[in-house]
Design a protein around this ligand. Structure first.
Ligand code: AMP
Length: 287
């Protein structure tokens, strides 16, 4: 029999359950998602459980972070299956607000972090990060967790969230979860479902090429050479490259020449009509 799980659909009910737990002295972790759950999401739940007694997960396909030509309408939605997965993973409460609950008539505020969102995914997806920053700020204020967990899969997003939490003095610890991958290296993503069989067979090349660039950087190759080689390899496989970038892992500042400390190799490509992103860490080898 399917496990049952508590759900709330309004901010009022969310707050009342959280207040109840607070009264009992429980700590709370929040894991925001857009549903269409896979093992990457569930790994964040496992991390959340290490940090807090109670885990709240949210499911909200946030319209403001999709561009007008993006996949908001066709984004996969399967609430019943998601609830089963969250129950299995040990989530205590799922918050599933309707769009009008999050954006009632007259909603007018936007949260933006321009310095971190002008390039990389921000360049290709104008307003995307403003949508993300606004909804995450709302979720953090609505739930008021001790900890919130986000995946490194969306590395730029993770830094945007850390920055807005610092800047707005939101009293929450942001915890990063490592990227969960398929055996062939492809980062799990709800959007992988869009790939045709042929595209799915090609997709692991993104992780492979970023990893090769990370290895070359670790061995002393310059950033420009490593990113050009990566771009060339991806284009050679028929992928349309949005960016390959080698960045400071804390500030996302572009790096040049051989790396002197930790760096992040980040990439975004189009495979048919699907946009895939990935990133890998690298650091100079001790020689
Ligand atoms: P989404 O449902 O795509 O908005 O993602 C919800 C959360 O899951 C975000 O913090 C993502 O970074 C994280 N996430 C998505 N895919 C993965 C993955 N493959 N490994 C780890 N975390 C992930």
């Amino acid at each position: 029999m399917a496990q049952s799980i508590a759900t709330v659909r309004t901010v009022k009910d969310l707050r009342s359950q959280v207040a109840h737990w607070r009264q009992a002295g429980d700590t709370i972790a929040l894991v925001p998602t857009m549903g269409a759950l896979h093992a990457g999401h569930l790994s964040l739940i496992a991390i959340a459980k290490e940090y807090a007694k109670r885990v709240v997960a949210s499911i909200f396909v946030n319209p403001t972070q999709f561009g007008p030509k993006e996949d908001f309408k066709r984004y996969p939605r399967d609430e019943a299956s998601d609830l089963g997965k969250f129950a299995q993973a040990g989530v205590d409460l799922v918050f599933i607000p309707a769009t009008e609950e999050m954006y009632p008539l007259g909603f007018a505020t936007r949260v933006s972090v321009p310095s971190l969102t002008e390039d990389l995914c921000g360049a290709a997806r104008p307003n995307h990060f403003e949508g993300v920053a606004t909804i995450v700020t709302k979720l953090l204020l609505q739930c008021a967790p001790d900890v919130a967990v986000f995946g490194e899969k969306d590395y730029q997003q993770l830094l945007v969230i850390k920055q807005l939490v610092r800047d707005l003095n939101i009293p929450v610890e942001i915890v990063a979860g490592p990227i969960v991958r398929e055996l062939d290296g492809l980062a799990l993503s709800s959007r992988n479902d869009y790939l045709s069989t042929a595209e799915r067979n090609t997709a692991p090349i993104l992780h492979q090429v970023l990893s090769e660039a990370a290895e070359a950087l670790a061995s002393g190759e310059g950033c420009d050479a490593a990113s050009s080689a990566a771009r060339f390899k991806l284009e050679g496989k028929g992928l349309r490259v949005d960016y390959v970038a080698i960045r400071d892992p804390e500030t996302l500042a572009p790096l040049s020449g051989p790396i002197r400390g930790p760096a992040r190799v980040m990439g975004a490509v189009h495979l048919g009509s699907t946009r895939l992103i990935d990133n890998v860490p690298t650091a100079l080898k001790n020689r």
